[in-house]
Write a protein that binds this ligand. Structure first.
Ligand code: PAF
Length: 274
């Protein structure tokens, strides 16, 4: 007879293979491929999911315009060597209107949480459900959605889900623009303006500036575009998500750029550069 004292030990006993899980909403790109690749390297079995989760969209038009490229997605996942793909229906995920909510109040009051009321509650609920269903050893998320990664890390720890949450680097185009499923919605002119913006950003970051000067410079860069503005641009401590007083290892720049048909969110370490 074997005795075990922790869930980690229990899982070690029960599961002969380690499971890596990459949850997605489809419209897959190289950023997703890098998550899958990491999971393939670190686990014996890799499972991906494709589910456009309605409860995390605070605007119906954003949900309706979310890109759907299922056929290409399945080809990409197959070529990468994914073992299983989970594609649930909305009616299977939410059999009845959920009565239990999973919330991270601190994150709901800053950045994306403040701009998109209810968004993170929807993310936290669906990720809890997905992790409970798949029961992976590790789950992989991109640092592009840094706040989301923080919420999921906290939720796995606080709810004892027993899943290691692995944060993976943001994959960028050569201009610096982060890859995102929503980039498919960009018009050529907007893409060109964003390339100029990111180029200026990279150059600006090469000069060591004080926080206020840096914020001023970045604001000025976007001000020369036609129809883009910052919903927020902040330098925050990554543990507390409170405004940082100085530029050091423990802080990141976070911003959301609003375009007529989409938003671009990004964040990066100020000291490590883009
Ligand atoms: O980052 C995403 O694609 C989604 O928010 C996630 C984590 C798959 C939950 O729907």
């Amino acid at each position: 007879m074997e005795v075990f004292h922790t869930i980690a030990d229990y899982k070690n006993l029960k599961l002969p293979v380690s499971i890596g899980f990459v949850p997605t909403m489809g419209a897959l790109h190289t950023g997703h491929a890098s998550l899958v690749q990491r999971s393939l390297n670190e686990n014996e079995t890799t499972i991906a999911s494709i589910f456009v989760n309605p409860t995390q969209f605070n605007e119906k038009k954003d949900f309706d315009s979310y890109p759907n490229t299922l056929e290409q997605d399945l080809k990409l996942l197959k070529n990468l060597g994914v073992d299983l793909v989970y594609i649930p229906d909305v009616s299977d995920m939410y059999v009845l209107e959920p009565q239990i909510h999973v919330q991270h109040p601190m994150m709901n009051n800053v950045l994306e949480g403040k701009c998109r009321p209810g968004h993170f509650d929807g993310v936290a609920l669906v990720v809890t459900k997905l992790l409970n269903r798949i029961k992976p050893d590790r789950a992989y998320f991109g640092k592009k959605d840094y706040q989301q990664l923080k919420i999921i890390t906290d939720l796995s720890r606080d709810l004892d889900l027993g899943v290691e949450i692995v944060g993976c680097p943001t994959v960028r185009e050569s201009s610096g623009l982060p890859l995102s499923s929503r980039n498919l919605l960009l018009e050529a002119g907007q893409r060109a303006e964003l390339e100029v913006f990111y180029d200026g950003l990279k150059k600006g970051l090469d000069h060591e500036l004080e926080i206020n000067d840096l914020i001023y410079e970045i604001n000025a860069l976007l001000a020369s575009t036609v129809d883009m503005y910052f919903e927020y641009l902040e330098i925050l401590e990554t543990t507390t998500f409170l405004p940082s007083e100085r530029i050091d290892e423990g802080c990141r720049i976070f911003f959301a750029i609003k375009l007529p048909q989409l938003r671009i969110i990004d964040n990066f370490s100020v000291t490590k550069k883009l």
